[in-house]
Design a binder for this molecule. Structure first.
Ligand code: 3HC
Length: 297
């Protein structure tokens, strides 16, 4: 109904306005999810070109969804009206009830962003990071109000994937957890709540176990990667095999995630598999670079 489209969601624990920091693949789709769910949403980036590119991609995605009958034109137009882009991060964040950081996976940068957000946001504003490998305690000690900090982890592509992981650090308040949970449900996502933090959380740790086994099978010459993917798709009914999925997520992202995990655990088992490092160094990042495990014309 039109009322539904013009008002903010009920049962979102008072959350009406959302800021997403970082207009990359994850950030732009998280912002789209929030706008579609009825939240007033600011998508922020330091680069105007990145915002323009994100808006262009979302517009194409929305058009496609309307064409395919997945969403109505009215739904998409209403979401578009609620979604603004800006390079003025602090103004957007200061006017928001939740800020979701989806910037580059660099601890120093994230800590700076969190301490700056902490300074401009009301203490009631939730500060969440979408990072899967930087647990929020590592940014929470850079702020004055750590009780409002948590991880809120979306999956790629965020417009499609149902799961969102909510992860507290030791000082995250129960109120923050309740409000972040209500917000996630209002997005229409399925909430997976962790009781405590661990790098990779639940889903990426499961994924990683499968990926490591797949790489080991390939390394041992047991089967070609195309066949390993086929087994995952047709015997396990995974939507994609582990190699296709690396190409979707980005070989560079997988490499970086393993590297970051190694820095946290010090366990050589955490290091990127040498075959991933080879692709990474060859610039074969997957879909985004035209070639990863597979080629994309
Ligand atoms: N953005 C938005 N929507 C997309 C999309 C994208 N990048 N890619 C596909 N879709 C949607 C579209 O609706 C598309 O239909 P359309 O092309 O007609 O508009 C629809 O999905 C179907 O797409 P395809 O026909 O191209 O392919 P599939 O049927 O295989 O679906 C998929 C694509 C949804 C990506 C599906 O293959 C899938 O679920 N794959 C597994 C994804 C996954 O496991 N993600 C988790 C990665 S781990 C992660 O994100 C954690 C992080 O920390 C790294």
């Amino acid at each position: 109904s039109t009322t539904e489209e013009s008002t903010t969601p009920a049962d979102a624990a008072g959350i009406e306005t959302v800021t997403v920091v970082g207009a990359g693949t994850m950030g732009s789709q998280i912002a789209a999810v929030a706008a579609l769910a009825g939240f007033r949403t600011h998508l922020v980036d330091i680069a105007q070109e990145q915002l323009d590119a994100a808006a262009e991609q979302l517009r194409r995605r929305f058009d496609r969804d309307v064409e395919k009958g997945r969403r109505s034109r009215a739904q998409v137009s209403a979401a578009w009206e609620r979604l603004g882009t800006t390079t003025d991060r602090d103004a957007a964040a200061a006017a928001s009830d939740i800020v979701i950081e989806a910037a580059v996976e660099d601890l120093t940068i994230k800590r700076r962003i969190f301490s700056e957000l902490d300074a401009v946001c009301d203490p009631g504003t939730i500060l969440a990071t979408n990072s899967s490998n930087i647990v929020s305690s590592r940014v929470a000690d850079a702020v004055e109000h750590p009780e409002r900090v948590c991880n809120l982890h979306f999956f790629n592509p965020a417009l499609v994937m149902e799961c969102v992981e909510l992860v507290p650090h030791p000082q995250t308040s129960p109120e923050t957890m309740e409000r972040a949970a209500a917000f996630t449900r209002a997005l229409g996502k399925t909430l997976v709540t962790l009781r405590k933090e661990i790098p990779g959380f639940v889903a990426n740790r499961l994924l990683n176990a499968i990926r490591q086994e797949a790489l080991s099978l390939l390394d041992q010459g047991v089967a070609d990667f195309e066949d390993i993917d086929a087994a995952a798709r047709t015997a396990l009914r995974h939507p994609m095999g582990p190699f296709e999925l690396m190409d979707l997520v980005g070989v560079d992202v997988v490499h970086m995630i393993r590297q970051a995990e190694y820095e946290q655990t010090g366990d050589p088992e955490s290091l990127p598999h040498p075959m991933i490092t080879d692709l990474y160094e060859a610039g074969r990042y997957g879909r985004k670079s035209g070639r990863g495990w597979y080629s994309y014309p």
